[in-house]
Design a binder for this molecule. Structure first.
Ligand SMILES: Cc1cc2nc3c(=O)[nH]c(=O)nc-3n(C[C@H](O)[C@H](O)[C@H](O)COP(=O)(O)OP(=O)(O)OC[C@H]3O[C@@H](n4cnc5c(N)ncnc54)[C@H](O)[C@@H]3O)c2cc1C
Length: 594
């Protein structure tokens, strides 16, 4: 069985000791976010995730969603669990208090999301998508649209979707065909077919608010001709309450590998009434607000699944008796030793642990900079924080979902053949984790975003938001003998990353295919180096606390940091070599020869 207990101690360590997040309470609007309040929020959220979301995870996977004559039903218990989650205010944690949100930092929201994703990623998607849609309204909606939609969506009474994909267009949104015609009264009629729309139809909310990308009649071709529309499932009456059905119906739901309690819908828009959000033809800009949000949230799905896979594997490895330790019997009173004694099992457990704890630090570091970018009184500080978030977003999405998938697979491996059997729940984690590498822009596309857009942006300004703190840290810690195990490996990987960055910048200018060929390896190198930076910083905190460490928490941090530096980070030299090999080995084989 999967095992999960909210990792509150580690969350507190990351927030309070690594990031000193209590400083967020000094920012205007975050005065209430004191460590005590945040502790209480996380404890309550953890309880709900353990007691309400987790027990439904397996039954939801077994039962799946059902479709009948356009009506979609979530698996048993999911509607009630969603409503409990929404009514307790978990969906509005970080939203604007003016519309009913609680105005807490994104950092706190990230921790709550992680717990929800560990325990029931399918269910967590429903409030997650709604939160993203709310951000798009907050940023781009008119006052009237905000007043109409935000209070109900933040209360969880209505949900939100994100309607981009069509049969002929996934990655390439320039191929969108859905049309929007002006209806003469400031409204539009939207016509077209969207596929793969998560929670596009479901029975847990009173209304579903679709955010739809479509083309106006005078739209320029390609990506520059796309506008964003709000199309509710039920039209609204004058008083804002739910009225007649709009022209949007669900044609079918997909039968898929994982996240089976999250319906993936074909939506048919037939002259559905909609309103423009933001400016005509500027829909991509508006949709990016939602997509960037969703990219961080999807990265956190990977992290959440890595955590539950780790916890479940540890629990199993302590119980399962097979073979004797190579160092001699460890449990002589038993017929065999627990498998946790074997070096190879430890390799798997420590890999999962190092990725989950490091990934948590990375997600939290990014989320905290979202908060600084939103609330800091100094403009330059806001800009620097925003730069770091922009730079890290593709890495958080792709690297954390890759490690989520790797950890879920390692979890199965620790369980041996039992991991492959459904009733243990471990194979579900593999299936559920896999989608996160695909949606919200595949991980290959995240890598292209990193090398193609983020590296060169503002003549490398975004990069400096990571390179400068990295260099400062190395300079400050390099001479400390107790930090050698951590700073030296980080400094080596950091050097490789800098060299690879310069090489890509130079080669990519000459030949964009060179940058494309390097992209995925470069993103992985970036992710590993970012984790090394955070592991080295965590080690510095743990060293300072190691004396009088009664629970062993800080010793465990240091041991995991050493494992990361010596057994995972060396991958960076292989990645560096692969990047430097350039595009030729990828491109020389003609397509006909495959
Ligand atoms: C379960 C599920 C839920 C989803 N939820 C939603 C949702 O709520 N809303 C929504 O709008 N969409 C949703 N999607 C769609 C999802 O975002 C797309 O499937 C995804 O963006 C990829 O598009 P595609 O499947 O058409 O693949 P394609 O775009 O056809 O890509 C195929 C492969 O080619 C690669 N590729 C494409 N172009 C390039 C390039 N220029 N350079 C390098 N490689 C390239 C890709 O990385 C990929 O490996 C969902 C999909 C699934 C399966």
């Amino acid at each position: 069985m999967t095992v999960y207990s909210a990792p509150l101690d580690d969350m507190k360590f990351v927030m309070n000791e690594l990031l000193e997040a209590e400083k967020l309470a000094e920012l205007p609007g975050f005065e209430d976010a004191t460590p005590d309040l945040v502790d209480a929020v996380l404890t309550e959220a953890g309880k709900l995730c353990e007691e309400v979301l987790l027990p439904l995870n397996r039954s939801g996977d077994e039962e799946g969603c059902t479709y009948e004559n356009g009506v979609v039903r979530l698996p048993e218990g999911h509607k009630e669990a969603y409503q409990a989650f929404a009514q307790a205010g978990w969906g509005s944690l970080v939203a604007d208090p003016e519309y009913g949100g609680q105005g807490l930092p994104a950092l706190v929201g990230a921790m709550v999301k992680e717990m929800a994703c560990s325990t029931n990623v399918s269910l967590a998607m429903l409030p997650g998508l709604t939160e993203g849609a709310c951000h798009a309204f907050e940023r781009w909606g008119t006052d009237e649209q905000k007043a109409t939609y935000l209070p109900k969506m933040l209360a969880g009474t209505w949900s939100g979707t994100m309607c981009l994909t069509e049969p002929q267009c996934g990655t390439d949104l320039g191929l969108i065909r859905t049309r929007a015609e002006p209806a003469g009264d400031g409204k539009y009629t939207v016509t077209g077919t969207k596929i793969f729309i998560s929670h596009g139809e479901q029975d847990a909310t009173e209304n579903i608010i679709h955010l739809v990308l479509a083309r106006l009649p005078d739209a320029p071709p390609g990506i520059r001709g796309i506008s964003l529309f709000v199309v509710p499932k039920f039209l609204l009456k004058e008083d804002g309450s739910v009225g007649p059905r709009n022209g949007v119906t669900c044609g079918s739901i997909e039968h898929k590998m994982g996240i089976k309690a999250s319906p993936t819908c074909v939506l048919n828009f037939e002259a559905a009434e909609g309103e423009l959000i933001g400016l005509p033809h500027k829909g991509m800009r508006a949709m990016f607000t939602m997509m960037n949000d969703a990219r961080l949230a999807v990265g956190i799905q990977g992290l959440g699944l890595a955590e539950i896979a780790y916890q479940s594997a540890v629990s199993y490895a302590k119980e399962r008796l097979q073979m004797r330790s190579l160092a001699g019997a460890m449990a002589p009173d038993k017929p065999a030793d627990p498998i946790i004694v074997h070096p190879d099992v430890r390799r798997m457990l420590l890999t999962m642990r190092a990725y989950a704890e490091g990934g948590r630090a990375l997600a939290a570091w990014t989320a905290m900079h979202l908060d600084i970018a939103a609330k800091h009184p100094d403009e330059a500080t806001r800009q620097a924080a925003d730069d770091l978030v922009s730079l890290l977003t593709p890495t958080v999405k792709a690297f954390l979902t890759d490690i989520g998938s790797e950890c879920a697979n390692l979890g199965v491996q620790v369980f041996g053949g039992h991991g492959y059997i459904r009733e243990w729940g471990m194979e579900q984690l593999v299936r559920d984790a896999r989608i996160a590498q695909l949606y919200e822009g595949t991980n290959g596309i995240q890598a292209l975003d990193l090398v193609g857009r983020k590296l060169g942006q503002n003549t490398g300004r975004l990069l400096r938001s990571f390179f400068h703190p990295g260099m400062d840290f190395i300079e400050a810690e390099m001479e400390k003998p107790e930090m050698q195990d951590f700073v030296l490996p980080f400094a080596k990987a950091f050097g490789r990353l800098q060299q690879a960055t310069a090489w890509i910048a130079q080669q990519g200018l000459r030949d964009p295919e060179e940058a494309g060929a390097a992209a995925s390896d470069y993103l992985r190198l970036f992710g590993l180096t970012a984790l090394a930076y955070l592991w080295a910083r965590m080690a510095a905190v743990a060293l300072a606390k190691a004396e009088g460490d009664e629970t062993g928490f800080y010793r465990a941090k240091l041991a995991t940091a050493r494992f990361y530096m010596t057994r995972i980070l060396p991958q960076s030299s292989g990645l560096f070599a692969a990047i430097m090999a350039g595009k030729k080995p990828l491109m020389e084989l003609e397509a006909e020869s495959f």
